[in-house]
Every structure is written in structure tokens, then in C-alpha cells.
Design a binder for this molecule. Sequence first.
Ligand SMILES: NC(=O)C1=CN([C@@H]2O[C@H](COP(=O)(O)OP(=O)(O)OC[C@H]3O[C@@H](n4cnc5c(N)ncnc54)[C@H](OP(=O)(O)O)[C@@H]3O)[C@@H](O)[C@H]2O)[C@@H](O)CC1
Ligand SMILES: Nc1ncnc2c1ncn2[C@@H]1O[C@H](COP(=O)(O)OP(=O)(O)O)[C@@H](O)[C@H]1O
Length: 297
Amino acid sequence: MPALPTKLDVLHSPDIVERLKRAPSEHKGDAGKAILIGGAPGMAGALLLAGKACLYLGAGWTIIDMLDPASAHADSEQAELMIRLAKEDAVKALNQSQPDVIAIGPGLGHSALAIEWLIASLNYPRAPLIIDADALNLIADSGDLLNALQKRNQQFPGQSILTPHPGEAARLLKSTTAQIQADRSQSLQNLVALTQSIIVLKGQHTLIAGPLHSAVQCEAGNPGMGTGGMGDVLTGSITAIAAQGVRHHLDLWDAGCIAVQLHAMAADSLVQKGVGPIGLTPSETILEMRRLLNKLL
Ligand SMILES: NC(=O)C1=CN([C@@H]2O[C@H](COP(=O)(O)OP(=O)(O)OC[C@H]3O[C@@H](n4cnc5c(N)ncnc54)[C@H](OP(=O)(O)O)[C@@H]3O)[C@@H](O)[C@H]2O)[C@@H](O)CC1
Ligand SMILES: Nc1ncnc2c1ncn2[C@@H]1O[C@H](COP(=O)(O)OP(=O)(O)O)[C@@H](O)[C@H]1O
């Protein structure tokens, strides 16, 4: 029987969030280089939302490796994003870029190229790795990819975080969405045991736990968050905070907790202002997250 989760309250632990404060001499290198991978044809928007969240939550460089050739070009609306076509040789591309943090999954799809990039990301040593959406579905479908994830976690403990919604959790656990939701705490522990990763089990009252951390529960958030792309924003936000965390002494667990709470609180704050719940957009949530984070520092 898993222990009951405690309330997630990391944003009110100034000793943690304040580590993101910038010293006057800091430069973009201190804010970290993030690479985000995904955006197959028809789903480029998922990766762009994750990239936008990564940029607005403070990463030093946000590089987007887009699988869709038609969308792999500079975005004049968001010229800060470094958008490039995900090349065939993923290992070489990652080695040349030397990212501080990698996120993979939003709109990734299931192609051979998607699998190539997931293998390369799992094999890229040490850097914190955020795994979401189709990258989770690919791992659910492949014992080899699951083994690669487990092996990575043995070598580099605490350096991977998975962010399944209940549907993705069900695929990983060979279960159903209804079964996941019927006992979210047990499902969370089963996911940690299976993957040896930090797990963010999304949905109302998101739960977080890891091999080295007991479960915590986010009590913020609202049903206005049920809009396609809201999870992509969370992925990009974890990525940004983890990228800054590399030189600001925040680990991937801290980054996940900060991002989950900030994401849900931003959505609540917008609803209080009359922006939603109906029609609340992921893009608006990104801007509110930025506002709240800067207010906290
Ligand atoms: N702009 C774009 O390009 C966007 C592209 N996107 C990309 O689309 C791809 C497919 O991803 P996806 O999440 O949309 O579909 P999918 O994995 O089939 O899961 C849906 C099922 O999961 C469940 N479920 C989910 N949440 C739940 C909850 N809170 N509480 C309970 N159950 C919940 C529920 O299952 P059910 O209840 O039906 O069994 C639901 O039907 C992926 O690559 C993604 O990145 C998206 O990011 C959107 C923006
Ligand atoms: N009823 C709800 N209450 C609180 N949070 C919710 C609710 N519905 C969805 N969310 C949050 O919204 C996000 C949705 O993520 P996800 O389903 O992965 O979206 P997408 O794949 O479309 O980007 C998650 O962070 C989830 O916790």
C-alpha cells in the first residue's frame, strides 16, 4: 500500500525557487541549453508550444529538432526559437549540440526517425531527460526502449522524468485509463518501479514521485487545463527550469515539482481573472507562469 502523498508546496520553499535568481553577471550559458524533439507532420504545434514554454520560463537557448520538414523553419512570430529539421543522424546531432537538457515527445509520432531520436536521447549521457507523449507510447510498445531507459537510470540516477497523462500511464502499465484513475497512488508507484524514473502522473491533482522521493500531490489546477497542448507546456517548463537548474543547483526533481505547481497555479490565477476555464489556452498559461515565477523570486 503506497504512503499517502503529501501536498506539493515547493513554490513556498524560498530556498528552492530562489535558486533561480540570476546574479548580475550571468549570461545565457548560465541559463542552460535545451533541446526539444518531436513535431511530426500534423503535430508541429505540440513541439512549438513546448519550445515556447521553454523560452518564456527562462532557458538560455531553446533548440527545436522538428521532425516535420514543412514546419522546420524559423518562426517569425517567435524568432528566439532555434528551429531546425531533425536529421537522420540523431546521435551526431546531439553530440554536436551538447545540450544541458533534452526533452522528447510532444507530437513525436511513431516513425523510424522518432525511434532513432528516442534511442539517441536515452543514450545521451548524464543530461537530464524529460520524456513525454509519443516518446512514452514508444517506450510502452518496446521492451528494448524500456530496457534502455532502465539502464540509463542505473547509470545516471535521478536524470529522467516521465510525464504521462492517465492514457499514457495505462499504455506503459498495460492497463486501462479507468484502472489508472481508480488508484492513482498505486499506479504512480507502479510507474516508478517499472521505469526507475521520476514520474509526473498528470490529471486532476497531479502526483509526482521518484525512486528517491516519496509522492507529492499538486492541489492546484482546474478543468480549464483540459485543452490540447497544456501538457506540452508543462514539458517545456520542466525543461526550462532543469536547464537553469544545471548551474543554479536545482535537480530534475526540483524542476519537475516547481513546474507542475507553477503550471497549475498559473491556470488557477487566469481563471480567477476571468480567463477561462472555458477557452483558457496553453499559450496564455505560459505567460502567466512567467509572471508568477518572476514574482516569486
Ligand atoms: N497542437 C498539437 O499539435 C498537439 C498535439 N498533441 C500530440 O498528439 C499526440 C497524441 O496525444 P493525446 O494526448 O492528444 O492523445 P492520447 O495519447 O491518445 O491520449 C488521450 C486519451 O488519454 C486519456 N486521458 C488523457 N488525459 C486524461 C485525464 N486527465 N484524465 C483521464 N484520462 C485522460 C483519455 O483516455 P480514455 O479516457 O479515452 O481512455 C484520452 O482519450 C501526442 O504526440 C501529443 O503530443 C497533443 O499534445 C495536443 C496538441
Ligand atoms: N481537471 C483538471 N484539473 C487539473 N489539471 C488538469 C485537469 N485536466 C487536465 N489537467 C492538466 O492539464 C495538462 C494536460 O496534459 P496532457 O493531457 O498531456 O495535454 P496535451 O497532451 O494535450 O498537451 C496536465 O498538466 C494535467 O494535469
